[in-house]
Design a protein around this ligand. Sequence first.
Ligand SMILES: [Zn+2]
Length: 84
Amino acid sequence: MNTENNVCPSCSRRVINRRLPQCEFCGTDLPHDLLMSPQELEEADARARAKEREERQRRSAERAAREARRRRGGTLPGGGGFPI
Ligand SMILES: [Zn+2]
């Protein structure tokens, strides 16, 4: 019996993607306890989605800030400010 977790019972290779119901190497159906439970899957997906959303928000905020700065400063070369 394998002491290591997440190993295919047929080819003894590591199961890398526990979302797939079959072994990526030999195509054997993996036992359910090797796979992510639907709850685990959902949690992982939710985490990934949240991270992605956060990242996108951060990036668009950064872009907006940069854009605003450029618009404000861009029309005044040298940062001179008021026309005399
Ligand atoms: Zn296998």
